[in-house]
Design a binder for this molecule. Sequence first.
Ligand SMILES: Nc1nc2c(c(=O)[nH]1)N=C([C@H](O)[C@H](O)COP(=O)(O)OP(=O)(O)OP(=O)(O)O)CN2
Ligand SMILES: [Zn+2]
Length: 132
Amino acid sequence: MYEIFCRTHFSAAHYLRDYPGDCEHLHGHNWEVEAVVRAEGLNEIGVGIDFRDLKAALGTVLEELDHTNINDHPAFQDRNPSSEHLAAYIHRRLGEEIAAHPGVRVARVTVCETPKTGVTYIEDPSSGGAAG
Ligand SMILES: Nc1nc2c(c(=O)[nH]1)N=C([C@H](O)[C@H](O)COP(=O)(O)OP(=O)(O)OP(=O)(O)O)CN2
Ligand SMILES: [Zn+2]
């Protein structure tokens, strides 16, 4: 088993509905994102999933969020764009983007709003699917 990761970032605005403080107001972050996938085996050239494929897949997911107000995104109409919900959403979408790679699954996604704080979403295998 191999864990393969990709780190990147995106910039976006959000606000947390009903937050008891200033995060209820529109503000922005440079979110740092780390996605870790698990590959059961390697291909004939010793690669679990090509870094370039993983970067492209994560890029596709984050492109939809970059330089937007995340509250306007369809996935965040009924749920707050907290780091928890963002990490779960990116986990689910990345899984869709890498679905064509047999034996490769998303293990966890970490989202950091600041250098001091962040959230990791790990799919609970007993839950039957990602929450995002
Ligand atoms: N568990 C969570 N807590 C908070 C979230 C979240 O998504 N999950 N989000 C926020 C707000 O988005 C807020 O903008 C971030 O607050 P904070 O980490 O305090 O960052 P600041 O830049 O405001 O503070 P510094 O003092 O500069 O670190 C709040 N909580
Ligand atoms: Zn915020």
